[in-house]
Design a protein around this ligand. Structure first.
Ligand SMILES: N[C@@H](CCC(=O)N[C@@H](CS)C(=O)NCC(=O)O)C(=O)O
Length: 237
């Protein structure tokens, strides 16, 4: 893969409504790397050309000096490792391995304990939406809130974004925006988080205020596309 000394040639295959693909935007912008963007239309079957790039047919895919990388979490980690920066400690610096464990633990906790409940809240209807919404906010209070006790404003006391925010930021945008849309999350999510998860509340607002996080964010478009996707899934049940 390319040396750090010269700027790599990067093409990002993406769809702006996809939170996984959005991770690549955040990391590339934080690292100040130039990249070309190719938008993949997810409303139609993938072309043979795109399937040759990513046989799984998913976005994102990232071409880095001629190599194709897929899976958003691994792409972010690769870029962070290839371009040492404020986003992460290296494993060889003092305290680095433990810092990386803690950041990975945070990300793992978010995606194993919180995100499944976000998804079940999105697809629930009527009273069940409130019930799932409460499970979702309870999980943030129990699992995430303690891990942000020293956020200042970012993970682990960092004044700048870290890999923890790179991996979660696009999902946090949705947590703070979707309660405005009745078909998505219950309105009660926001006041509950504000009162019961003050560390999360402060951290989340700092995350979504960052340019690298919100640069491609189009709330109305994402809300519409997510609503349509949920209607399709629930109609098929
Ligand atoms: N684990 C993958 C998930 C990527 C993913 O699910 N992408 C969705 C869009 S958000 C996709 O490409 N779906 C294909 C489709 O909708 O046809 C990653 O992290 O990169």
């Amino acid at each position: 893969m390319g040396s750090n000394a010269e700027a790599p040639k990067i093409t990002l295959y993406t769809a702006h409504q996809c939170p996984w693909a959005h991770r690549s935007q955040i990391v590339l912008r934080e690292l100040g790397l130039e990249f070309e963007t190719v938008i993949i239309d997810l409303t139609v079957p993938r072309t043979p050309e795109y399937l040759a790039i990513n046989p799984r047919g998913l976005v994102p895919a990232l071409e880095y000096n001629g190599r194709i990388l897929t899976e958003s979490g691994l792409i972010a980690q690769f870029l962070v490792d290839a371009h040492p920066s404020h986003l992460s400690k290296t494993s060889s610096e003092p305290g680095g391995a433990l810092w990386r464990y803690q950041a990975n633990f945070f990300v793992d906790t978010y995606f194993s304990k919180v995100q499944p409940l976000f998804n079940s809240t999105l697809s629930a209807k009527g009273e069940a939406k409130e019930i799932e919404g409460t499970k979702f906010t309870d999980a943030i209070v129990k699992e995430i809130e303690p891990l942000l006790a020293d956020a200042a404003p970012f993970f682990g006391g960092s004044s700048r974004l870290t890999i923890a925010e790179v991996q979660t930021g696009s999902f946090i945008l949705r947590v703070l925006s979707f309660p405005k849309y009745e078909a998505l999350l219950p309105k009660s999510v926001l006041p509950t988080l504000e009162s019961k998860a003050p560390n999360f509340w402060k951290w989340a607002h700092a995350v979504v205020a960052e340019k690298s996080v919100n640069a491609i964010w189009d709330e109305k478009n994402v809300a519409e596309k997510t609503t349509a996707r949920i209607q399709k899934i629930t109609a098929a049940k």
